[in-house]
Design a binder for this molecule. Structure first.
Ligand SMILES: [Zn+2]
Ligand SMILES: [Zn+2]
Length: 774
């Protein structure tokens, strides 16, 4: 009997084999530690695929065998249905002779020859975990730390590599038998989910008052109760603390503002769901997609006129920064009666965000009434990312939680380089092959705390990605702490990169652009090669060098950095340039507010060149106009005057002001004096500020187009790259982009890295590579 059976089996197997196909599939990218193997295991079961999968040094290797149609469908489904965290970079399929595998199994990982692998950013709670969170029968019902291989903390809890539980801040929590079983079961969603936890074995919450006394009862219920009563709660999240309060409670929001010493910089809010978001802001299809993406950034939306949230959340703004819950704790907090909460960074004024319990307790005790702590430590602080939609695509203003440490892929490999970035909105960048690892948002490098965070961040990234830099690069500004740090590193080649060149190359790098381009870098402050402050720059740039071809006419900045804080000074400077001593006699509103004694002192300082650097900054011109139109004479945060000027602009206006480009000079000089005179005429004629702002935006756009056209006639270059903080102004960016395209230019803008100084580290790294190693 046995023999007969064997014969039949052999015959059957051969028939079977003839209709069978086998493929070796190699996949690289982010495919480890994100639930890829269980996903393949289950997909194989669905299609009756047999064979195996294993992790190797580059990604995963799959050997799969099944009937013709099934194997094809299996292969097609891999990229289509892959877990949300997967980033497939290459997908190679080789067909082989079938072997007759009996089952599908997960094999032991190959010992990696190269230890380097990509690390996943933190990811928003997945739908499956979410439904378990709210299912009373589930043993993780209302458990604030539920996660699986498809979601949960990653970057912020990783202390070292390889990514394994004992090298994360989950190490102190030993898994209970149930969690352990899930962790070991290849068909389970929690197979090798390093942060796997449950109420029996994982982290927990605790609510404390300002005296450190723990409140009895359910911390979530109590927190919701206090929020409803108008209290301010410091809440420990994924990458740091938030300060939260009821978004509809005017009083709570105002007291948060005053306790945080934050006069008018807008607060972000978190809404229960997309339906709630739509009550506060206008949401396009792309914005909805971005809000719901696994990165869950803050998305800047146009504020609805009838939104019931407190005005003090975003005073003087027609926009609102909104995000959706991204951790189970957020879902629990927003599932109650409060459908929108203020969720702003847990810091005082411009300090870095708090991320450790004792530190938060110390620093936030004058702001928060109570603290919602948990005992899973945050290893790397990471602020919420901030985005907008431009041209139907995400336009990143702050790239941090959810995006970092995923690298930017370059079009060619780089030597290992450390780029130290700028001063404001600092990020650093480390390169390895075709990858540029731009750090999380470090913040303004103005104090010891951010400097420490910067230095620790660099060491952490070097370890995570096996990077030993062969060169270091920095901004030319001698006073930047990032520059001083770079210069203090011993025994390594060092190279400075001009600020605006770095901006342009950063945009070129993310777009894969090489060769010569016309770079238009418009921003506030950047140290120029001639020692003056640049910021309205048109350069011929490639990845290695640049030449300055045109710039905004230089004007004095009386009082140096004080002129940035007090835009009225720049308004007076521009008025004096246009009208001389007659400026103070003009019958326009700003003259009613000017302290003429102070202005006289500044005028003398300008004459004697005392603390009065020259600048070609476009940011300062925006400031001047903002004050001239009585929008803002003094700012409380970077860019405020320009932001509010953009906000009031009438988009329907079609007129422009006159200006002059001195084409015979080299570099060419763009002179806005005629524009200032035209604006004053409009002010005297009582033209509304909104109209003047609209005309001003159109005029700046016209300046860019005409300067680029003048350059094109000499340079034969028709590719324009736009970068710099001024291009966070979406109205201007749209005007410029559209007109340049109409004039036949190819236009490149940022999408993956910020146009502001948060993006320059990438440009520095690329320039340094080209100059030192190419
Ligand atoms: Zn999940
Ligand atoms: Zn457990």
């Amino acid at each position: 009997m046995g023999e007969v059976e064997t014969v039949i089996e052999v015959v059957l197997k051969q028939c079977y084999k003839s209709s069978m196909k086998r493929a070796a599939i190699e996949i690289t990218g982010i495919v480890q530690g994100i639930g890829f193997r269980p996903f393949i295991f289950n997909l194989a079961k669905n299609y009756l695929v047999r064979g195996w999968i294993l992790n190797n040094g580059k990604g995963v290797l799959i050997d799969a065998e099944s009937e013709n149609g099934n194997l094809d469908r299996f292969i097609q489904d891999i990229p289509k249905l892959a877990p949300p965290l997967a980033r497939i970079e290459s997908f190679d399929v080789k067909y082989l002779e079938p072997l007759g595998y009996g089952t599908f199994e997960i094999r032991k990982s190959e010992e990696a020859q190269e230890k380097f692998t990509l690390i996943s950013p933190d990811v928003a709670t997945c739908d499956q975990c979410l439904s378990e969170l709210f299912l009373p029968q589930n043993f993780r019902y209302r458990y604030p730390f539920i996660n699986c291989t498809l979601c949960g903390p990653r970057f912020t809890i990783i202390q070292d590599i390889p990514y394994d539980r004992h090298k994360t801040t989950m190490a102190p929590f030993a898994m209970c038998p149930i969690c352990q079983k899930e962790y070991e079961n290849p068909s389970d969603r929690r197979f090798h989910a390093q942060p796997n936890a449950c109420p029996a074995c994982g982290p927990s919450l605790c609510l404390k008052d300002r005296e450190g006394r723990e409140a009895p009862g359910d911390p979530i219920v109590n927190t919701l109760d206090l929020l409803a009563k108008g209290r301010i709660v410091a809440i420990k999240g994924l990458g740091g603390f938030h300060l939260a309060c009821d978004a509809k409670n005017q009083e709570a929001v105002s007291s948060l503002r005053s306790r945080k010493f934050r006069e008018d910089k807008p607060f972000a809010v978190m809404c229960q769901d997309i339906v709630e978001v739509k009550k506060h802001g206008e949401v396009s299809e792309e914005e909805e997609k971005l809000l719901l993406s696994v990165e869950r950034p803050i998305v800047i939306l146009r504020k609805s006129k009838d939104s019931p949230i407190a005005r003090a959340i975003a005073p003087y703004q027609d926009t609102l920064g909104v995000m959706l819950p991204y951790s189970p704790l957020h879902h629990l907090l927003l599932n109650g009666p409060l459908k929108t909460l203020v969720m702003t960074s847990g810091n005082v004024s411009d300090e870095p965000i708090s991320y450790k319990n004792d530190e938060a307790f110390r620093r936030l005790s004058k702001i928060a009434d109570v603290f919602l702590f948990h005992n899973r430590e945050i290893h790397m602080r990471s602020d919420d990312s901030v985005t907008r939609i431009f041209d139907g695509k995400p336009y990143i203003l702050r790239r941090s939680r959810g995006y970092v440490p995923f690298p930017i892929k370059l079009s060619f490999p780089l030597e290992m380089i450390l780029a130290c970035g700028g001063e404001l909105k600092n990020t650093f960048c480390l390169t390895r092959g075709q990858y540029a690892f731009i750090s999380h948002h470090i913040g303004d490098l103005e104090n010891l705390e951010t400097l420490t965070s910067f230095e620790e961040g660099i060491e952490h990234f070097k370890r995570l990605f096996y990077i030993e830099p062969r060169a270091v690069t920095y901004d030319l500004h001698p006073d930047y702490l990032s520059t001083q740090y770079a210069l203090s590193i011993p025994n390594i080649p060092k190279i400075g990169v001009q600020h605006h060149h770095a901006h342009i190359v950063s945009a070129m790098a993310e777009n894969g652009v090489e060769g010569d381009v016309i770079g238009v870098a418009l921003d506030g402050t950047g140290f120029g090669l001639d020692g003056t402050i640049w910021g309205g720059e048109f350069i011929r740039a490639n990845l290695r060098d640049f030449d300055r071809l045109a710039h905004l006419r230089k004007v004095p900045m009386p009082g140096g950095s004080m002129a940035i804080k007090e835009p009225w000074r720049m308004a007076m400077v521009y008025l004096s340039e246009a009208f001389g001593d007659e400026a103070t006699k003009l019958k326009v509103d700003p003259m009613k507010r000017i302290d003429f004694q102070r202005w006289d002192i500044l005028k003398r300082a300008i004459k004697r060149k005392v603390n009065t650097p020259l600048t070609s900054s476009m940011g300062r011109l925006f400031d001047a106009i903002s004050s001239l139109l009585s929008v803002r004479d003094e700012v409380h945060y970077e860019g405020q005057a320009a932001i509010e000027l953009e906000m009031i602009a009438d988009h329907e206006v079609e007129e422009e002001y006159r200006f002059h480009i001195h084409r015979d000079e080299m570099p060419m000089v763009i002179d806005p004096t005629e524009m200032i005179r035209g604006m004053v005429r409009d002010l005297i004629d009582r033209v509304p500020a909104s109209k003047i702002s609209g005309k001003f935006h159109r005029t700046i756009s016209r300046m860019v187009i005409e300067t680029c056209e003048a350059i094109r006639s000499k340079e034969k270059s028709s590719r324009v790259v736009l970068s710099g903080g001024v291009f966070q102004n979406i109205f201007l960016l749209s005007l410029v982009t559209e007109s340049l395209k109409r004039s036949g230019f190819e236009v490149y803008t940022h999408h993956l890295v910020p146009a502001n100084d948060g993006g320059i580290s990438l440009g520095q790294a690329v320039v340094a590579h080209m100059r030192l190693f190419n």
